[in-house]
Design a protein around this ligand. Structure first.
Ligand SMILES: Nc1ncnc2c1ncn2[C@@H]1O[C@H](COP(=O)(O)OP(=O)(O)O)[C@@H](O)[C@H]1O
Ligand SMILES: [Mg+2]
Length: 353
């Protein structure tokens, strides 16, 4: 990629330290798994900033690194390189003792497998109480907080039931209660509705939203479920171990009082200034290897490298003036090494699998 000319005016004025006010900051996280002679780069320089009180969804194809990221944020796993901070805790330098405290009191975690979240021989209230006693809560405090959590989530009627006496959705809501017991700063959920039907996943999503809106907990949900990702303020897509795009939703109220949700998709720019041009755009305009960047007063133009362009038969993008900012006829590149890269599409969270 050619280096753009950066004038001082093109820089954000007075940019604060990266993620200064954020509750979650991942800075260039790398996680490499070594199994025998095979090395898998699950995270390849991932950046992520989440503000306190946000509720965000993380989407991406299977194997893109979502669970690896959540494992790191939950304190179960350590990155190979990079920096990760959650609620002021530097996850790379925690001692064993601090890590136990971190996992009990700073983050709450919900797994996809309902059976992994609760102890089978304890009731809902006892499961929540157990999480509180691990954190050293007194008996009175356990009773009070358990009732509070069950109430807030609207599941007080489940208090005396054991997991086998509850539906999958009810178990997940109790699991959210357990995760919230010690008032964590952040709630992490890895495909919490993955095993549920859509009506039940709505209930689980509502419980997560209650945790966010009523209790003020920051919530990060990894999900395949478009019904979930479509209802949060921000959906971040991970591709190949990096955050690549995000969709931000705003509710706009018109003069008549009608609410509409506006969704806007952004490509993410990392701290070194790198961004991913969606595969469909690259193919359409024949962008490959290197591009020309032109700094305009309010945007940056990205152009195919003309020197590399064969002058030949026209193709659709060049014929369509709305799609092509330049007139030069080009040839479809069937020999492009990128053409094998069919999985790397511009799929948004609705189609991201
Ligand atoms: N413990 C592990 N050992 C080896 N490879 C792993 C391990 N955990 C995950 N991976 C690999 O890392 C990549 C990302 O996995 P994961 O984070 O589970 O993806 P996702 O949750 O997005 O489906 C995959 O290629 C996966 O096979
Ligand atoms: Mg996963």
């Amino acid at each position: 990629m050619t280096e753009p000319v950066i004038t001082p005016a093109a820089r954000a004025p007075g940019a604060a330290a990266y993620g200064a006010d954020a509750v979650i900051v991942c800075d260039n996280i790398v996680r490499i798994f070594q199994t025998g002679s095979i090395e898998v780069q699950a995270l390849q320089g991932l950046d992520l900033v989440v503000q306190p009180g946000e509720m965000v969804a993380i989407v991406g194809a299977s194997g893109s690194g979502k669970s690896t990221l959540l494992g790191i944020l939950s304190g179960l796993d350590l990155p190979t390189a990079g920096r990760a901070t959650v609620a002021g805790h530097d996850l790379l330098t925690l001692s064993a003792r601090q890590r136990v405290h971190y996992r009990r009191e700073v983050v709450g975690f919900i797994w996809q497998q309902t059976s992994k979240n609760l102890l089978p021989y304890l009731t809902a209230a006892e499961n929540i109480g157990l999480a509180l006693s691990f954190a050293g809560a007194s008996r009175a405090r356990r009773r009070e907080r358990t009732a509070q959590v069950l109430d807030a989530l609207g599941i007080a009627e489940l208090a005396a039931r054991r997991p086998h006496e509850m539906s999958g959705g009810q178990q997940q809501r109790v699991a959210i209660g357990v995760a919230l017991a010690n008032e964590p700063a952040v709630l992490l959920a890895d495909e919490p509705t993955g095993e549920l039907d859509s009506a039940t996943s709505d209930d689980v999503f509502d419980a997560l939203r209650t945790a966010n809106r009523v209790l003020g907990t920051t919530v990060v949900i990894v999900t395949h479920d478009a019904a979930v990702s479509g209802r949060v303020q921000r959906t971040i897509a991970i591709r190949d171990g990096r955050t690549s795009t995000e969709v931000v939703r705003r509710t706009v109220v018109d003069d008549a009082g009608a609410e509409t949700v506006h969704a806007e998709e952004f490509a993410l720019l990392d701290r070194a200034g790198r961004m991913q041009v969606p595969a469909a755009y690259r193919e359409r305009l024949g962008l490959r290897d290197r591009v020309r960047l032109e700094l305009e007063s309010d945007h940056v133009g990205v152009f195919a490298d003309r020197a590399a362009e064969p002058v030949d038969t026209p193709e659709t993008a060049a014929d369509d003036p709305s799609l092509s900012p330049f007139r030069r006829p080009r040839r479809a590149r069937t020999d492009s090494p990128d053409s094998t890269d069919s999985t790397d599409s511009t799929d948004s969270e609705e189609t991201g699998r």
